[in-house]
Design a protein around this ligand. Structure first.
Ligand SMILES: Nc1ncnc2c1ncn2[C@@H]1O[C@H](COP(=O)(O)OP(=O)(O)OP(=O)(O)O)[C@@H](O)[C@H]1O
Ligand SMILES: [Mg+2]
Length: 433
Protein backbone atom coordinates (compact mmCIF):
# COMPACT_ATOMS: atom_id res chain seq x y z
CA UNK A 1 0.00 0.00 0.00
CA UNK A 2 1.50 3.35 -1.10
CA UNK A 3 1.25 6.37 1.15
CA UNK A 4 -0.55 9.49 0.00
CA UNK A 5 2.79 11.21 -0.38
CA UNK A 6 4.02 8.38 -2.62
CA UNK A 7 0.82 8.51 -4.68
CA UNK A 8 1.16 12.23 -5.12
CA UNK A 9 4.81 11.92 -6.09
CA UNK A 10 3.97 9.24 -8.67
CA UNK A 11 1.02 10.98 -10.23
CA UNK A 12 1.93 14.65 -10.23
CA UNK A 13 1.93 16.12 -13.74
CA UNK A 14 5.61 17.05 -13.55
CA UNK A 15 8.50 14.74 -14.34
CA UNK A 16 10.67 14.10 -11.28
CA UNK A 17 14.02 12.36 -11.48
CA UNK A 18 16.46 12.07 -8.61
CA UNK A 19 20.11 11.17 -9.29
CA UNK A 20 23.08 10.73 -6.98
CA UNK A 21 26.42 12.38 -7.41
CA UNK A 22 27.53 9.58 -9.78
CA UNK A 23 24.53 10.30 -12.03
CA UNK A 24 22.75 7.09 -11.04
CA UNK A 25 18.97 7.43 -11.04
CA UNK A 26 17.60 6.83 -7.56
CA UNK A 27 13.99 7.82 -8.01
CA UNK A 28 11.55 8.74 -10.76
CA UNK A 29 7.81 9.17 -11.09
CA UNK A 30 5.11 8.06 -13.56
CA UNK A 31 5.56 11.14 -15.78
CA UNK A 32 9.09 9.89 -16.53
CA UNK A 33 8.20 6.22 -16.95
CA UNK A 34 5.22 7.07 -19.17
CA UNK A 35 7.33 9.20 -21.44
CA UNK A 36 10.23 6.75 -21.66
CA UNK A 37 7.91 3.72 -21.87
CA UNK A 38 10.18 1.89 -19.48
CA UNK A 39 9.43 0.33 -16.12
CA UNK A 40 10.30 2.08 -12.91
CA UNK A 41 12.50 -0.92 -12.03
CA UNK A 42 14.42 -0.57 -15.29
CA UNK A 43 15.08 3.11 -14.75
CA UNK A 44 15.91 3.22 -11.09
CA UNK A 45 19.52 2.14 -10.55
CA UNK A 46 20.52 2.95 -14.14
CA UNK A 47 23.13 5.48 -15.26
CA UNK A 48 21.34 8.70 -16.25
CA UNK A 49 23.11 9.04 -19.60
CA UNK A 50 22.46 5.40 -20.56
CA UNK A 51 18.73 5.69 -19.97
CA UNK A 52 18.60 9.09 -21.66
CA UNK A 53 21.29 8.87 -24.34
CA UNK A 54 20.18 12.09 -26.07
CA UNK A 55 21.00 14.24 -23.02
CA UNK A 56 23.92 16.64 -23.58
CA UNK A 57 26.23 14.65 -21.34
CA UNK A 58 29.15 16.99 -20.71
CA UNK A 59 26.97 20.05 -20.38
CA UNK A 60 24.57 18.41 -17.90
CA UNK A 61 27.38 16.80 -15.89
CA UNK A 62 28.98 20.22 -15.48
CA UNK A 63 25.67 21.65 -14.31
CA UNK A 64 25.05 18.84 -11.82
CA UNK A 65 28.63 19.08 -10.51
CA UNK A 66 28.29 22.79 -9.94
CA UNK A 67 25.02 22.23 -8.02
CA UNK A 68 26.84 19.71 -5.81
CA UNK A 69 29.59 22.21 -5.23
CA UNK A 70 27.61 25.41 -4.79
CA UNK A 71 24.36 23.97 -3.42
CA UNK A 72 22.38 26.22 -5.69
CA UNK A 73 19.58 25.39 -8.07
CA UNK A 74 19.42 25.96 -11.77
CA UNK A 75 16.63 26.65 -14.22
CA UNK A 76 16.77 25.54 -17.84
CA UNK A 77 14.09 27.32 -19.83
CA UNK A 78 12.64 26.02 -23.07
CA UNK A 79 13.97 29.07 -24.85
CA UNK A 80 17.47 28.01 -23.90
CA UNK A 81 17.05 24.25 -24.57
CA UNK A 82 13.60 23.48 -25.99
CA UNK A 83 13.72 19.71 -25.42
CA UNK A 84 16.34 18.61 -22.90
CA UNK A 85 14.65 15.23 -22.61
CA UNK A 86 13.63 13.63 -25.86
CA UNK A 87 9.95 13.13 -24.91
CA UNK A 88 6.96 13.17 -27.16
CA UNK A 89 4.58 15.98 -26.41
CA UNK A 90 1.67 14.91 -24.27
CA UNK A 91 -0.48 17.36 -26.20
CA UNK A 92 1.03 17.21 -29.68
CA UNK A 93 -0.28 19.98 -31.88
CA UNK A 94 -0.17 18.34 -35.25
CA UNK A 95 2.12 19.92 -37.75
CA UNK A 96 3.64 22.28 -35.25
CA UNK A 97 5.45 20.33 -32.60
CA UNK A 98 5.50 16.64 -31.92
CA UNK A 99 8.34 16.95 -29.39
CA UNK A 100 7.67 18.04 -25.85
CA UNK A 101 9.03 21.49 -25.10
CA UNK A 102 10.13 21.65 -21.48
CA UNK A 103 11.16 23.87 -18.66
CA UNK A 104 13.52 21.96 -16.36
CA UNK A 105 14.81 22.66 -12.87
CA UNK A 106 17.78 21.14 -11.13
CA UNK A 107 18.10 21.51 -7.39
CA UNK A 108 20.18 19.90 -4.65
CA UNK A 109 18.78 17.58 -1.98
CA UNK A 110 20.66 18.07 1.25
CA UNK A 111 21.32 15.37 3.91
CA UNK A 112 21.32 15.82 7.65
CA UNK A 113 24.84 17.22 7.52
CA UNK A 114 23.74 19.81 5.05
CA UNK A 115 25.70 18.13 2.28
CA UNK A 116 24.34 17.47 -1.19
CA UNK A 117 23.40 13.83 -1.38
CA UNK A 118 21.25 13.88 -4.49
CA UNK A 119 20.12 16.12 -7.29
CA UNK A 120 16.51 16.42 -8.28
CA UNK A 121 15.56 17.17 -11.87
CA UNK A 122 12.01 18.31 -12.65
CA UNK A 123 10.52 18.45 -16.11
CA UNK A 124 7.45 20.57 -16.91
CA UNK A 125 5.62 20.36 -20.22
CA UNK A 126 5.75 23.89 -21.70
CA UNK A 127 4.67 22.91 -25.20
CA UNK A 128 1.41 24.87 -25.16
CA UNK A 129 3.02 28.05 -23.82
CA UNK A 130 5.93 27.75 -26.20
CA UNK A 131 3.72 27.18 -29.22
CA UNK A 132 1.55 30.17 -28.28
CA UNK A 133 4.61 32.31 -27.76
CA UNK A 134 6.15 31.19 -31.02
CA UNK A 135 2.89 31.97 -32.78
CA UNK A 136 2.79 35.40 -31.16
CA UNK A 137 6.35 35.99 -32.26
CA UNK A 138 5.47 34.97 -35.80
CA UNK A 139 2.46 37.29 -35.77
CA UNK A 140 4.53 40.14 -34.37
CA UNK A 141 7.21 39.54 -37.02
CA UNK A 142 4.56 39.54 -39.72
CA UNK A 143 3.04 42.74 -38.33
CA UNK A 144 6.44 44.37 -38.25
CA UNK A 145 7.07 43.34 -41.83
CA UNK A 146 3.68 44.68 -42.89
CA UNK A 147 4.35 47.91 -41.00
CA UNK A 148 7.65 48.33 -42.83
CA UNK A 149 5.93 47.61 -46.15
CA UNK A 150 3.25 50.20 -45.34
CA UNK A 151 5.92 52.75 -44.48
CA UNK A 152 7.63 51.98 -47.77
CA UNK A 153 4.36 52.53 -49.61
CA UNK A 154 3.72 55.79 -47.74
CA UNK A 155 7.23 56.99 -48.66
CA UNK A 156 6.69 56.00 -52.26
CA UNK A 157 3.35 57.81 -52.32
CA UNK A 158 4.97 60.91 -50.87
CA UNK A 159 7.74 60.70 -53.46
CA UNK A 160 5.24 60.28 -56.31
CA UNK A 161 3.18 63.18 -55.00
CA UNK A 162 6.22 65.43 -55.00
CA UNK A 163 7.29 64.32 -58.44
CA UNK A 164 3.79 65.05 -59.63
CA UNK A 165 3.97 68.48 -58.04
CA UNK A 166 7.27 69.19 -59.75
CA UNK A 167 6.02 68.04 -63.16
CA UNK A 168 2.82 70.01 -62.68
CA UNK A 169 4.94 73.01 -61.88
CA UNK A 170 6.97 72.45 -65.04
CA UNK A 171 3.77 71.96 -67.05
CA UNK A 172 2.26 75.18 -65.75
CA UNK A 173 5.52 77.05 -66.39
CA UNK A 174 5.30 75.61 -69.89
CA UNK A 175 1.72 76.81 -70.32
CA UNK A 176 2.61 80.22 -68.97
CA UNK A 177 5.57 80.42 -71.32
CA UNK A 178 3.41 79.36 -74.25
CA UNK A 179 0.80 82.02 -73.32
CA UNK A 180 3.41 84.76 -72.98
CA UNK A 181 5.07 83.65 -76.19
CA UNK A 182 1.77 83.86 -78.01
CA UNK A 183 1.05 87.35 -76.66
CA UNK A 184 4.53 88.60 -77.56
CA UNK A 185 4.34 87.13 -81.03
CA UNK A 186 1.74 89.59 -82.34
CA UNK A 187 3.37 92.90 -81.31
CA UNK A 188 6.76 91.53 -82.37
CA UNK A 189 5.23 90.76 -85.76
CA UNK A 190 4.02 94.31 -86.41
CA UNK A 191 7.12 95.93 -84.90
CA UNK A 192 9.22 93.86 -87.29
CA UNK A 193 7.13 94.86 -90.28
CA UNK A 194 7.13 98.53 -89.15
CA UNK A 195 10.88 98.41 -88.84
CA UNK A 196 11.16 97.01 -92.35
CA UNK A 197 9.10 100.01 -93.61
CA UNK A 198 11.11 102.43 -91.43
CA UNK A 199 14.32 101.08 -92.89
CA UNK A 200 13.16 101.61 -96.41
CA UNK A 201 11.78 105.13 -95.54
CA UNK A 202 15.14 105.99 -93.99
CA UNK A 203 16.87 104.87 -97.13
CA UNK A 204 14.47 107.06 -99.15
CA UNK A 205 15.13 110.10 -96.94
CA UNK A 206 18.85 109.44 -97.10
CA UNK A 207 18.84 109.35 -100.84
CA UNK A 208 16.50 112.42 -101.04
CA UNK A 209 18.85 114.47 -98.81
CA UNK A 210 21.78 113.37 -100.95
CA UNK A 211 19.95 114.62 -104.01
CA UNK A 212 19.09 118.00 -102.33
CA UNK A 213 22.75 118.43 -101.48
CA UNK A 214 23.74 117.71 -105.09
CA UNK A 215 21.21 120.30 -106.35
CA UNK A 216 22.43 122.92 -103.86
CA UNK A 217 26.00 122.37 -105.04
CA UNK A 218 24.97 122.88 -108.69
CA UNK A 219 23.22 126.19 -107.79
CA UNK A 220 26.64 127.74 -107.04
CA UNK A 221 24.98 130.12 -104.57
CA UNK A 222 27.45 130.61 -101.78
CA UNK A 223 24.86 132.02 -99.32
CA UNK A 224 22.43 129.10 -99.72
CA UNK A 225 25.30 126.63 -99.73
CA UNK A 226 26.71 128.02 -96.49
CA UNK A 227 23.33 128.13 -94.68
CA UNK A 228 22.58 124.54 -95.66
CA UNK A 229 26.06 123.51 -94.58
CA UNK A 230 25.50 125.24 -91.24
CA UNK A 231 22.21 123.43 -90.70
CA UNK A 232 23.88 120.14 -91.66
CA UNK A 233 26.68 120.74 -89.18
CA UNK A 234 24.35 121.95 -86.48
CA UNK A 235 22.29 118.77 -86.68
CA UNK A 236 25.18 116.49 -87.49
CA UNK A 237 23.11 115.28 -90.40
CA UNK A 238 25.78 113.12 -92.00
CA UNK A 239 26.32 111.15 -88.76
CA UNK A 240 22.59 110.97 -88.02
CA UNK A 241 21.87 109.53 -91.43
CA UNK A 242 24.59 106.93 -91.05
CA UNK A 243 23.55 106.06 -87.49
CA UNK A 244 19.87 105.75 -88.38
CA UNK A 245 20.80 102.96 -90.77
CA UNK A 246 22.92 101.11 -88.28
CA UNK A 247 20.39 101.64 -85.43
CA UNK A 248 17.66 100.25 -87.62
CA UNK A 249 19.81 97.29 -88.65
CA UNK A 250 20.68 96.52 -85.02
CA UNK A 251 17.06 96.83 -83.89
CA UNK A 252 15.99 94.62 -86.72
CA UNK A 253 18.49 91.98 -85.54
CA UNK A 254 17.20 92.37 -81.99
CA UNK A 255 13.66 91.78 -83.10
CA UNK A 256 14.69 88.73 -85.08
CA UNK A 257 16.29 87.39 -81.92
CA UNK A 258 13.11 88.02 -79.90
CA UNK A 259 11.21 86.18 -82.61
CA UNK A 260 13.65 83.30 -82.30
CA UNK A 261 13.31 83.12 -78.51
CA UNK A 262 9.53 83.22 -78.75
CA UNK A 263 9.61 80.42 -81.29
CA UNK A 264 11.83 78.36 -78.95
CA UNK A 265 9.56 79.05 -76.00
CA UNK A 266 6.56 77.91 -77.98
CA UNK A 267 8.39 74.83 -79.16
CA UNK A 268 9.78 74.15 -75.71
CA UNK A 269 6.38 74.23 -74.08
CA UNK A 270 4.45 72.29 -76.68
CA UNK A 271 1.06 71.21 -75.41
CA UNK A 272 1.58 67.64 -76.63
CA UNK A 273 3.98 66.95 -73.78
CA UNK A 274 3.52 63.22 -73.65
CA UNK A 275 3.91 62.36 -77.30
CA UNK A 276 6.80 60.18 -78.35
CA UNK A 277 8.44 61.97 -81.25
CA UNK A 278 11.50 61.63 -83.37
CA UNK A 279 13.37 64.67 -82.17
CA UNK A 280 16.50 66.60 -83.04
CA UNK A 281 18.33 66.59 -79.70
CA UNK A 282 20.77 69.33 -80.74
CA UNK A 283 17.83 71.61 -81.54
CA UNK A 284 16.26 70.70 -78.19
CA UNK A 285 19.46 71.79 -76.44
CA UNK A 286 19.49 75.10 -78.38
CA UNK A 287 15.90 75.78 -77.33
CA UNK A 288 16.59 74.88 -73.74
CA UNK A 289 19.63 77.14 -73.69
CA UNK A 290 17.46 80.06 -74.75
CA UNK A 291 15.04 79.30 -71.93
CA UNK A 292 17.77 79.15 -69.27
CA UNK A 293 19.89 81.89 -70.87
CA UNK A 294 19.02 84.43 -68.19
CA UNK A 295 20.10 82.00 -65.43
CA UNK A 296 23.50 81.43 -67.03
CA UNK A 297 24.15 84.80 -68.62
CA UNK A 298 26.45 86.32 -66.00
CA UNK A 299 27.70 83.01 -64.64
CA UNK A 300 29.16 80.91 -67.38
CA UNK A 301 30.18 80.82 -70.97
CA UNK A 302 28.46 77.96 -72.78
CA UNK A 303 30.51 75.95 -75.25
CA UNK A 304 28.71 73.63 -77.64
CA UNK A 305 30.37 70.64 -79.30
CA UNK A 306 27.50 69.19 -81.23
CA UNK A 307 28.00 65.99 -83.16
CA UNK A 308 25.79 64.93 -86.01
CA UNK A 309 22.83 63.10 -84.47
CA UNK A 310 20.07 60.98 -85.91
CA UNK A 311 16.53 61.86 -84.77
CA UNK A 312 15.90 60.36 -81.33
CA UNK A 313 12.56 58.88 -80.38
CA UNK A 314 11.67 60.56 -77.10
CA UNK A 315 9.27 62.68 -75.09
CA UNK A 316 10.83 66.02 -76.10
CA UNK A 317 9.28 68.14 -73.36
CA UNK A 318 10.57 65.73 -70.72
CA UNK A 319 14.06 65.55 -72.22
CA UNK A 320 14.07 69.37 -72.25
CA UNK A 321 13.11 69.27 -68.58
CA UNK A 322 16.16 67.08 -67.83
CA UNK A 323 18.38 69.50 -69.75
CA UNK A 324 16.95 72.47 -67.82
CA UNK A 325 17.64 70.70 -64.50
CA UNK A 326 21.23 69.83 -65.46
CA UNK A 327 22.01 73.28 -66.86
CA UNK A 328 20.50 75.11 -63.88
CA UNK A 329 22.44 72.82 -61.50
CA UNK A 330 25.65 73.50 -63.44
CA UNK A 331 25.05 77.26 -63.23
CA UNK A 332 24.33 77.02 -59.50
CA UNK A 333 27.51 74.94 -58.95
CA UNK A 334 29.60 77.62 -60.66
CA UNK A 335 27.92 80.50 -58.88
CA UNK A 336 28.06 84.23 -59.64
CA UNK A 337 31.53 84.87 -58.14
CA UNK A 338 33.58 82.76 -60.52
CA UNK A 339 34.99 84.78 -63.38
CA UNK A 340 35.84 81.92 -65.76
CA UNK A 341 32.67 79.83 -65.37
CA UNK A 342 32.22 77.45 -68.25
CA UNK A 343 29.63 74.87 -69.22
CA UNK A 344 30.42 72.51 -72.07
CA UNK A 345 27.70 70.59 -73.87
CA UNK A 346 28.83 67.75 -76.06
CA UNK A 347 26.62 65.49 -78.15
CA UNK A 348 27.68 62.34 -79.88
CA UNK A 349 26.17 59.46 -81.85
CA UNK A 350 27.33 56.01 -80.72
CA UNK A 351 25.77 52.92 -82.33
CA UNK A 352 22.17 52.72 -81.18
CA UNK A 353 22.53 55.60 -78.70
CA UNK A 354 23.16 59.29 -78.54
CA UNK A 355 25.15 60.72 -75.66
CA UNK A 356 24.76 64.18 -74.18
CA UNK A 357 27.53 65.30 -71.84
CA UNK A 358 27.04 68.43 -69.74
CA UNK A 359 30.20 69.47 -67.91
CA UNK A 360 30.84 72.43 -65.67
CA UNK A 361 33.86 73.81 -63.86
CA UNK A 362 31.86 74.47 -60.71
CA UNK A 363 32.53 73.44 -57.14
CA UNK A 364 32.13 69.68 -57.71
CA UNK A 365 30.51 67.05 -55.49
CA UNK A 366 32.25 65.19 -52.68
CA UNK A 367 32.34 61.38 -52.68
CA UNK A 368 29.86 61.05 -49.84
CA UNK A 369 27.22 63.10 -51.65
CA UNK A 370 27.91 61.64 -55.06
CA UNK A 371 25.95 58.48 -54.25
CA UNK A 372 22.98 60.48 -52.95
CA UNK A 373 22.40 63.14 -55.58
CA UNK A 374 19.78 61.12 -57.48
CA UNK A 375 17.79 60.49 -54.27
CA UNK A 376 14.57 62.46 -54.00
CA UNK A 377 14.90 65.43 -51.62
CA UNK A 378 18.68 65.26 -51.46
CA UNK A 379 19.88 68.84 -51.69
CA UNK A 380 22.82 70.83 -50.41
CA UNK A 381 21.10 74.08 -51.24
CA UNK A 382 19.55 76.44 -48.72
CA UNK A 383 15.94 76.01 -47.68
CA UNK A 384 13.75 77.52 -50.35
CA UNK A 385 16.50 77.33 -52.96
CA UNK A 386 16.40 73.67 -53.83
CA UNK A 387 13.84 70.94 -53.33
CA UNK A 388 16.30 68.19 -54.22
CA UNK A 389 13.91 66.79 -56.79
CA UNK A 390 15.59 67.94 -60.01
CA UNK A 391 17.99 65.02 -60.42
CA UNK A 392 15.65 62.35 -59.11
CA UNK A 393 13.04 63.46 -61.61
CA UNK A 394 15.65 63.58 -64.37
CA UNK A 395 16.78 60.08 -63.46
CA UNK A 396 13.21 58.79 -63.72
CA UNK A 397 12.67 60.49 -67.08
CA UNK A 398 15.87 59.01 -68.53
CA UNK A 399 14.99 55.56 -67.18
CA UNK A 400 11.55 55.91 -68.77
CA UNK A 401 13.41 56.33 -72.07
CA UNK A 402 15.42 53.16 -71.31
CA UNK A 403 18.46 55.40 -71.17
CA UNK A 404 21.08 56.05 -68.56
CA UNK A 405 22.41 59.04 -66.63
CA UNK A 406 25.78 58.95 -64.89
CA UNK A 407 27.93 61.47 -63.09
CA UNK A 408 31.62 62.10 -62.54
CA UNK A 409 32.89 64.82 -60.30
CA UNK A 410 36.08 66.20 -58.81
CA UNK A 411 35.76 68.42 -55.77
CA UNK A 412 36.76 71.98 -56.60
CA UNK A 413 37.21 71.17 -60.27
CA UNK A 414 33.82 70.40 -61.72
CA UNK A 415 31.15 67.91 -62.57
CA UNK A 416 30.14 66.06 -65.68
CA UNK A 417 26.77 64.41 -66.32
CA UNK A 418 26.40 61.96 -69.19
CA UNK A 419 22.99 61.04 -70.54
CA UNK A 420 22.65 58.27 -73.06
CA UNK A 421 19.39 57.81 -74.91
CA UNK A 422 18.49 54.98 -77.26
CA UNK A 423 17.62 56.22 -80.75
CA UNK A 424 14.48 54.10 -80.89
CA UNK A 425 12.21 52.81 -78.16
CA UNK A 426 10.88 49.28 -78.19
CA UNK A 427 7.09 48.94 -78.21
CA UNK A 428 6.77 47.72 -74.61
CA UNK A 429 8.52 50.74 -73.15
CA UNK A 430 6.28 53.15 -74.98
CA UNK A 431 3.20 51.65 -73.40
CA UNK A 432 4.12 52.64 -69.87
CA UNK A 433 5.00 56.24 -70.67
N1 LIG B 1 26.59 70.19 -61.51
C1 LIG B 1 26.63 70.04 -60.19
N2 LIG B 1 27.72 70.43 -59.47
C2 LIG B 1 27.76 70.27 -58.12
N3 LIG B 1 26.77 69.72 -57.38
C3 LIG B 1 25.67 69.32 -58.03
C4 LIG B 1 25.53 69.44 -59.46
N4 LIG B 1 24.33 68.95 -59.81
C5 LIG B 1 23.74 68.52 -58.67
N5 LIG B 1 24.53 68.75 -57.60
C6 LIG B 1 24.26 68.39 -56.19
O1 LIG B 1 23.19 67.49 -56.17
C7 LIG B 1 22.14 67.97 -55.34
C8 LIG B 1 20.83 67.52 -55.87
O2 LIG B 1 20.53 68.12 -57.11
P1 LIG B 1 19.02 68.28 -57.54
O3 LIG B 1 18.99 68.96 -58.86
O4 LIG B 1 18.35 66.95 -57.44
O5 LIG B 1 18.41 69.19 -56.41
P2 LIG B 1 18.66 70.73 -56.12
O6 LIG B 1 19.34 71.37 -57.29
O7 LIG B 1 19.33 70.84 -54.81
O8 LIG B 1 17.18 71.27 -55.98
P3 LIG B 1 16.12 71.48 -57.17
O9 LIG B 1 16.74 70.94 -58.43
O10 LIG B 1 14.93 70.71 -56.73
O11 LIG B 1 15.91 72.94 -57.21
C9 LIG B 1 22.35 69.47 -55.31
O12 LIG B 1 21.82 70.04 -54.14
C10 LIG B 1 23.87 69.59 -55.36
O13 LIG B 1 24.44 69.41 -54.10
MG1 LIG C 1 18.58 71.08 -59.27
Amino acid sequence: MKTLLEQTFSQVNIGILVVDKQYIITLCNDFITNHTQQDNTEIVGSYLFNTFPTLPKKWLQRRIDSIVLLKNSSFISWEQRPSLFDFASSRPITGINEKMIQNCTLFPILDDENQVSHICITVTDATATAVTQLRLKQISNRLNKEKKEQQRLIDKLEETKNQLLQSEKMASIGQLAAGVAHEINNPVGFIKSNFASLKSYAEDINSAIGKYNDIIRTLENEVVYESVDNINNEHDVEFVLEDITSLLTESFDGISRIEDIVKSLKHFSRADTNQWEKTDINQGIEETLKVVAHELKYIAEVEKNFGELPPVECLPMQVNQVLVNLLVNAGQAIGPDKSDGKITITTQHKNQYVAIVISDNGKGINEENLVKIFDPFFTTKAVGQGTGLGLSLSYNIIKKHSGDITVESALGKGTSFTISLPITQNADDELDS
